[in-house]
Design a protein around this ligand. Structure first.
Ligand code: PHE
Length: 346
């Protein structure tokens, strides 16, 4: 066998020992830099292996082939082990021991944004504040008195039907409109009154592209001496232009509400198609935004106001409707899906 013949004065045993040593050092290398140092030490141009190869020349010709073969095996074996170790090191985090790679870039989670319903409420509040209104609030869980009776909506009125209203076993209900806040505010303060009341409303509606069982309204109430329909039309027209831009057209259609007389419905020209007709406005060119009217004297009497002294206007507008045309949202359900890709656009 290859006996004691060595290269560069080395014995075969020494070569084997060096091989084992290289393998141990390669395994101990904690990162690719340390591994590279091992590679240079043994396989580099001035490393141990080239010296072994050089030493082959000094051997007796008969011993050269076998010694050469051994040296080649050593070289290939070492190269393979170093490569394998390098791959393993590249797969694990390179920070020694910690398992964490502090050099990785951080993950950007993004900033939240305000919900379109909140944006519309905030803008509407700004516009009405500039007209001298303050923001009032009332409970979502109401009594029949505040939601209906005080608003001149008698017990046999169809709006009280269980089809429309969510009732609790206690006889309380989820308010179907923000109008009960009118009553609560007038009960605790004397005229003049100038408030808006944004909030959630609930109806047993079947959900579709334009209806939701839970939606938002902004109630408005202005009570003082000599408030007239002209104030109502002027203020709501001003609001429309501030909200939608100067190009918006508004129209008032005669309507009926138990708590206002006379009553109107108030429409915006469709912002999505410019009034030509589209899916959002159901080809009419107009979007119904709000009910409104002059406060019914019966409502004033219910809160102890004298209808011979004061008059007032009230309105209740649909927040989702405004959001849909302002931002071109074709389906009300998108406002409640909580899809971050949708919400991040506002
Ligand atoms: N509360 C009415 C509704 O929900 C809207 C309205 C409010 C109408 C105030 C007139 C005055 O439809």
């Amino acid at each position: 066998m290859f006996g004691k013949t060595g290269t560069d004065g080395m014995t075969i045993e020494e070569i084997r020992r060096i091989t084992a040593e290289v393998l141990t050092e390669a395994e101990a290398a904690v990162d690719t830099d340390a591994l590279e140092a091992v590679r240079i030490k043994y396989l580099g141009r001035k490393g141990l292996l080239p010296r072994i190869m050089d030493g082959l020349k000094t051997l007796a010709p008969a011993a050269r082939p076998e010694a050469g073969k051994l040296a080649n095996e050593l070289k290939n074996g070492l190269t393979a082990r170093l490569d394998a170790r390098k791959q393993a090191l590249q797969q694990v985090a390179p920070t020694p021991g910690s398992g964490l790679d502090w050099s990785l870039p951080g993950r950007w989670r993004g900033l939240g944004s305000r919900h379109p319903v909140s944006l519309v409420i905030a803008r509407a509040a700004d516009i009405f504040r500039s007209l001298g209104f303050t923001v009032a609030d009332g409970p979502d869980v109401e009594t029949e008195y505040y939601n209906f009776d005080a608003l001149n909506t008698p017990a046999d009125h169809p709006a009280r039907d269980v089809q429309d209203t969510f009732y609790f076993a206690t006889g309380q209900l989820l308010r179907t409109q923000t109008s009960p806040v009118q009553i609560r505010v007038m009960e605790r303060q004397k005229p003049p009154v100038r408030i808006i009341a944004p909030g959630r409303c609930y109806r047993r509606d079947t959900t579709d592209a334009t209806h939701s069982a839970n939606f938002h309204q902004i109630e408005g109430l202005y009570v003082d001496r000599n408030v007239s329909m002209a104030d109502l039309k002027g203020d709501l027209t001003h609001f429309a232009r501030q909200m939608m831009g100067p190009g918006v057209r508004v129209r008032f259609r005669p309507h009926f509400f138990p708590f206002t007389e006379p009553s109107v419905e108030y429409d915006f020209s469709c912002h999505v198609c410019g009034g030509k007709g589209c899916r959002v406005c159901k080809d009419s060119g107009w979007i119904e935004i709000s009910g409104a009217g002059m406060v019914n004297p019966k409502v004033f009497r219910a809160v102890g106001y004298d209808p011979d002294e004061v008059t007032g206007y009230a309105f209740g507008m649909g927040v989702e409707r405004i959001a849909m045309i302002l931002y071109g949202i074709p389906d009300i359900r998108m406002l409640y899906d909580n899809d971050a890709r949708f919400l991040a656009q506002f």
